[in-house]
Design a protein around this ligand. Sequence first.
Ligand code: UDP
Ligand code: MG
Length: 325
Amino acid sequence: MNKNIFPRVGTEAHISVIVPAFNEEAAIVSTIHTIVDRLKQLSENWEIIVIDDGSRDQTANIVRNLPESLRTTLVRFSRNFGKEYAITAGLEYATGNVVICMDADGQHSSELLAQMLEKWREGYDMVYAYRQDRDVESRFKRWGSRIFYRAISLGGQIHIPRDAGDFRLMDRQVVNALLSLPERNRFMKGIYAWVGYHSIGIPFIPLPRSHGESAFSKLKLIQLAWTGVTSFSVMPLRLASAVGALLALLSFTYGMYVVVDHMFFDESVPGWPTIIASMMFFAGVQLLFIGILGEYLSRIYDEVKGRPPYIVAEVLKPKVITQHQ
Ligand code: UDP
Ligand code: MG
């Protein structure tokens, strides 16, 4: 056991569960009930915060009309900003000293909550659930994630635990640290790792989605992975420099060879095809790396604009606050 962690004895857990929801009308009620049933066994003090991420269905209305006894706050975005931002907003509105993030579709088993809380009592500041069984997922997701973790750990200074998602418990200290980061670009997996603190993982097997389909298409996953790599690693830029240096060296050597060949052996140098081929090749490489440079530039552009990361259209708290009584 880590010697630097101290058990939290006598500290009461005020649990906030944040639930990002995008078009989850079919699942949200049963998910909240399941979570609440579990929370009641764990603490007197708990609350739920649902962030409606611009759903186009009845999600917000359903949450608005939930009974007070479910102690659910609704935070409704003005449009769909994405899960990463919904979580950020959830952290902002959570009031507890223990904050847990769970999906609205019921894939994150509430059975883990007790285990997570136990780890928190032992003194860990962050307890993340990692998927143990990736077999149920498509080959694309499995290989994609493998390549992603490889790529991001190559150039980054932080260690992102594999297969860990957003299903996690965080101590208030961690939440405050996360909220103190000024960046608008919210790649949560990287940010969780960046803030540090004592973390521990517990394995879990995701339940099947109770209704509907995953909102993350292949394209969205690739975009998210690319955002992750460019916000947490300068590896693509280093790669550009390395490839540039290597190509320069190769062409210099080849140039020397041509000169020597021509001067001492009087060979005539066959021109056309080589020139065209190499021009095309170098132009391609240059464009590719200008593109990568552009990606970093666009990250900077996004940050410099200074827009708020999301816009909240409505906050509805349960009227009777049974908490803290
Ligand atoms: N979600 C969200 N905004 C989005 C997409 C998804 O808040 O733009 C929520 C969604 O309602 C769910 C969670 O994020 O609670 C995970 O989404 P999903 O189940 O579609 O993804 P997967 O389980 O495949 O990771
Ligand atoms: Mg899901």
